[in-house]
Write a protein that binds this ligand. Structure first.
Ligand code: NAD
Length: 418
């Protein structure tokens, strides 16, 4: 989907790996191993639509690296999905799990479809067909899918059920991001956004801004964006002055009433037109005069075209890949503090990992336990990345790459792969 916006996510990630490889003085052969996915599966999914005709959807599962453990990564349903976006996201999952010291590798999946134009019954048939097609390569000790863009708890419930039916046993640990009655974890729905705010909170101490009262713009109003806006206002005392979705954005100098905006979007399908707010384009939202900018939609929101116009002091990448390769140094040289995606948005996979631990122990933790563990892990990891970035005079993205790649390489060496 990123080709549409002019830059291929996987090409960007490979370039980041090249820079990291230079910093770590890796041999070209090792660099090559880090740049190629272990396995990718392309599947065709014939699905009977409600009017009786058969439509064939294309899907992917990319398993990037399993040196550190079974692979983990979400599933996207999107009309503009591409294999290169999925490869890039699978690579990011590898670095994310390694950076946070999770015993997991990285993977990602996707299906080219438009869920907004499908009925619930059609979505269920597609979700089940996808699991049937990738069944052989997934499982609790192989590769564990989770939700991502335009997939949700209900989709995960159908997928887990299909996996369990084929396996012939209850297999709650085969999928994470499930609803609570099916072994889901407390706090999973909000985990990506809450983890992002813990990272922002740790960063704010370093860049000397106050989170309480900070003016914030959030791009995207889905699972991550909505929760980012809600948690920012309710838990951290931030003032959310602008939000947007794929149809456009809205602005209010006094701060938006996020539950009211959510109720309005539920009714009308978009935040656009929210009474009392000023309409805003997605481009204008990114360039607002705010303290904190939270891109929480798709890739390539900040590019060479707008990087010089970003006025936020802190950019927190709640989305994956929102900053293009060329935009990164522009922001760095202008002193904008960027918390990179795989440091900032790991809350989802961290709590998915907690979900796996609870499932395998037939246990259920309360939300305080989940969130306390999440806060500690994110705050400590942010500080380690910040200190390394400062010592090495690099941006946080490269410091995070250094930590993550060092762990993946050590595991590959011990296993005798390199
Ligand atoms: P979602 O499907 O719930 O929401 C996506 C939102 O983005 C929607 O509000 C949509 O309208 C909006 N959007 C789409 N195109 C847009 C555009 N051009 N401009 C502005 N808004 C646009 O997806 P999500 O789960 O919230 O994921 C958002 C981002 O966070 C993605 O990059 C995803 O990979 C990343 N992420 C998600 C999770 C998770 O647990 N769900 C975890 C880590 C990272």
């Amino acid at each position: 989907m990123d080709e549409q916006n002019g830059q291929n996510l996987f090409a960007t990630i490979k370039q980041h790996i090249c820079t990291c490889s230079g910093n770590l003085m890796l041999s070209p052969n090792v660099e090559e191993v880090l740049k190629i996915p272990k396995r990718e599966l392309h599947v065709s999914l014939p699905v009977r639509m409600d009017d009786g005709h058969i439509e064939t959807f294309l899907g992917f599962r990319v398993q990037y690296n399993y040196a550190l453990g079974p692979m983990k990564g979400g599933i996207r349903f999107h009309p503009d999905e591409t294999i290169d976006t999925i490869r890039g996201l699978a690579a990011l999952m590898t670095w994310k799990c390694a950076l946070y010291n999770l015993p997991l590798g990285g993977a990602k999946g996707g299906v080219i479809c438009n869920p907004k134009k499908m009925s619930m019954a059609e979505l269920e048939r597609l979700s089940r067909a996808y699991i049937v097609a990738i069944y052989e390569v997934i499982g609790p000790d192989r590769d564990i899918p989770a939700p991502d863009v335009y997939t949700n708890q209900q989709v995960m419930a159908w997928m887990m059920d299909e996996y369990a039916k084929i396996a012939g046993r209850a297999s709650f640990g085969s999928i994470t991001g499930k609803p609570l009655p099916l072994g889901g974890s407390e706090g999973r729905q909000e985990a990506t956004a809450l983890g992002g705010w813990y990272a922002v909170h740790a960063a704010a101490e370093k860049v000397e801004i106050s989170v309480s009262g900070a003016r914030v713009a959030v791009q995207g109003f889905g699972n991550v964006g909505y929760n980012a806006a809600k948690i920012g206002a309710e838990t951290f005392g931030a003032k959310i002055v602008a939000v947007s979705d794929s149809k456009g954005g809205i602005f209010s100098e006094e701060g938006l009433d996020i539950p009211a905006v959510a109720a309005y979007k539920e009714k009308t399908g978009s935040v656009v037109g929210f009474p009392g707010a000023v309409p805003l384009s997605n481009t204008e939202l990114l360039e607002q005069d705010v303290d904190i900018l939270i891109p929480a939609a798709l890739e390539n929101a900040i590019t060479i075209k707008n990087a010089s116009s970003i006025r936020a002091k802190l950019v927190a990448e709640f989305a994956n890949g929102p900053t293009s390769l060329e935009a990164d140094p522009i922001l760095f040289n202008r002193g904008v503090h960027v918390i990179p995606d795989f440091l900032c948005n790991a809350g989802g996979v961290i709590v998915s990992y907690y979900e796996m631990v609870q499932n395998s122990n037939l246990d259920h933790w309360d939300v305080e336990e989940v969130n306390n563990r999440l806060k500690k892990r994110v705050s400590e990891t942010y500080r380690a990345v910040f200190d390394l970035a400062k010592n090495n005079r690099v941006d946080l993205r490269q410091a995070a790459y250094t930590i993550a790649a060092t762990r993946v390489i050590a595991a590959m060496q011990l296993r005798g792969w390199i």
